[in-house]
Ligand binder design. Structure first.
Ligand code: ADP
Ligand code: ZN
Length: 530
């Protein structure tokens, strides 16, 4: 049993075998654990499934006292404690979901030294009595899980995490370990700085997930594209489908059920009991599809998720990497599939423009989106680009769509000039709001009611684009937006605007390389996105 027995402390390797039943450490685990056991600090960046938990659980068992683990994953604390108890590890948690009786029991156990691990929700740090409680017990170490939550630059900021530096100020001699599966160089530096991990050793594992096949497709009819994917490549597999809105989660889950594919919805608008029940079924069953907003998934440990599909564009590469990282934790081949279209770009730009927060905040969101768009539009290996985003270099992988079927590029300068000219013409009409759909109608020479109403058939650009299809024009507009050659106005209507860079294209001093869209699967009618 891990209870401190008389005699010398067990070695980490002994604990690994006796408590957890494994015979060897993975990657940097042994060194990380030894750093903590020796009283040092560590900052650990390791992808999901890399084995972060043992990095603090084992030192907590080896060192005298209780390992205090700060984690935002309140919903998982009970499961974590149960799993540890099953191994004979004495663990407890303190969070807002428990009643006073349960809380007092855990507190008493902590003070009496009858715990090996104490999980703490970050909001407990705001409560002065928590600090007093920690004073009354012996602390083996502090583990700060999901440490990227301290980063205001990141996508998952939790204000309570800023309190964490207090731990170091009040207990300077207790070793600390901060862990995350997300880290660009910026987040990495911010974690170290905000948590005052000045003397910490940094352990950065490779972020490559070689068994995940990355694919990004042009969105035309996302639900039926998804259905194709599930039927042709993942029949009977468990997977996660991410949608941006609750409404689209509900609709997509219902659609899959109607098509005979077992699926459940998950989003923050559902009753918490329904959410918990759906999550439990997903974890338990072999072939359930969870259709969810990004509220779902953090800390979910289901090894056999065979695919993660995104029906809407993630807001950042970090988010995309984390979400897709839930696939294939067992190391077996898995698919990360994303459908992405013009409407995604327009919508996300609009959301940024109307978001709360100051200009600096909006610039950050914008930079995140730009990196995500660059990943979508790249003609190079997706994996190389993802890893480069995390500051890691690699070779083309042979297991992503661009490696498997290298996309062609084409000289899109003339079509780009047509789009930009049309934007210029429409811009002349003060007070009028015209989005991408109307612009494409004009290029195609379609006499829609809206075109007639505004007399746009008289514009010189009317009908100059019959050489491309509706979908192709949308692809051109999308890529121009992604390349920063077009912008979306903050007016909330998706009005297209020229950018500083557009001028060079219009003048003919700048060529525009575009990615050729994969031909649509045969036999399906072309449908334009909403
Ligand atoms: P992370 O928190 O980094 O996503 P976990 O700590 O949940 O990863 O570990 C992922 C899985 O790998 C778990 O099932 C864990 O038990 C297993 N694991 C971790 N370290 C080892 C090891 N040294 N040997 C065998 N399995 C391990
Ligand atoms: Zn590749």
């Amino acid at each position: 049993a891990p209870q401190v027995a008389a005699g010398p402390a067990p070695t980490p390797l002994e604990v690994l075998g006796r408590v957890f039943g494994y015979d060897a450490f993975r990657g940097d685990q042994a060194e990380i654990i030894q750093t903590l056991v020796d009283g040092g600090d560590a900052l650990v960046l390791m992808p999901t499934g890399g084995g972060k938990s043992l990095c603090y659980q084992i030192p907590a068992l080896v060192r005298p006292g209780v390992g205090v683990v700060v984690s935002p994953l309140i919903a998982l604390m009970q499961d974590q404690v149960d799993a540890l108890s099953a191994l004979g590890v004495r663990a407890g948690f303190l969070n807002s979901t428990q009643d006073a009786v349960a809380r007092r029991r855990v507190e008493a156990a902590f003070v009496a030294g009858e715990l090996d691990l104490l999980y703490l929700a970050p909001e407990r740090l705001r409560v002065p009595s928590t600090m007093d409680l920690l004073d009354r017990g012996q602390i083996a170490l502090f583990a700060i899980d999901e440490a990227h939550c301290v980063s205001q630059w990141g996508h998952d900021f939790r204000p309570d995490y800023l309190q964490l530096s207090v731990l170091h100020e009040r207990w300077p001699d207790v070793p600390r370990i901060a862990l995350t599966a997300t880290a660009t160089a910026t987040t990495h530096a911010e974690i170290a700085q905000r948590l005052q991990l000045t003397d910490a050793r940094h352990f950065v594992a490779s972020f490559d997930r070689p068994n995940i096949q990355y694919r990004i497709a042009a969105k035309n009819n996302p639900r039926s594209q998804l259905l194709d994917l599930l039927r042709s490549e993942h029949p009977g597999d468990a997977g996660i489908v991410y949608c941006l809105s609750r409404a689209s989660v509900e609709k997509t889950a219902q659609y899959l059920v109607d098509q005979g594919i077992p699926a459940l919805p998950y989003h923050a608008g559902l009753d918490s009991r329904v959410r918990a029940a759906n999550q439990a079924r997903f974890l338990r069953e072999d072939s359930l599809v969870m259709v969810a907003t990004i509220a779902f998934g953090m800390g979910i440990d289901k090894p056999d998720v065979r695919f993660v599909a995104h029906l809407d564009l993630p807001k950042s590469v970090e988010g995309y990497y984390q979400e897709t990282g839930r696939a294939g934790r067992d190391g077996l081949p898995s698919t990360a599939w994303l459908a992405y279209g013009l409407q995604d770009v327009v919508q996300q730009r609009r959301m940024i423009d109307t978001s709360d927060g100051d200009a600096a905040h909006r610039r950050r969101l914008s930079a995140h989106l730009d990196a995500m768009l660059a990943l979508c539009e790249t003609v190079e290996c997706r994996r190389v680009q993802i890893l480069a985003y995390f500051g890691q270099s690699s070779e083309p992988c042979g297991n992503c769509d661009t490696c498997l079927a290298p996309p062609e590029t084409w000289d899109g300068t003339v079509p780009a000039q047509k789009v930009l000219s049309a934007v210029t013409r429409l811009d002349r009409e003060h007070g009028q709001r015209f989005g991408a759909g109307h612009l494409v109608d004009i290029l195609l020479g379609k006499l829609t009611p809206r075109v007639s109403q505004h007399g746009h058939e008289a514009l010189s650009v009317f009908g100059i684009g019959t050489d491309l299809s509706d979908a192709e024009w949308r692809g051109v507009v999308r890529q121009l937006l992604a390349q920063g050659l077009l912008a979306v106005d903050a007016d909330g209507y998706g009005t297209l605007l020229l950018t500083e860079a557009s001028a060079g294209v219009l003048r003919g001093s700048r060529t525009v390389l575009l990615r050729r869209e994969a031909p649509r699967a045969p036999g399906r009618a072309a449908r334009t996105p909403r």
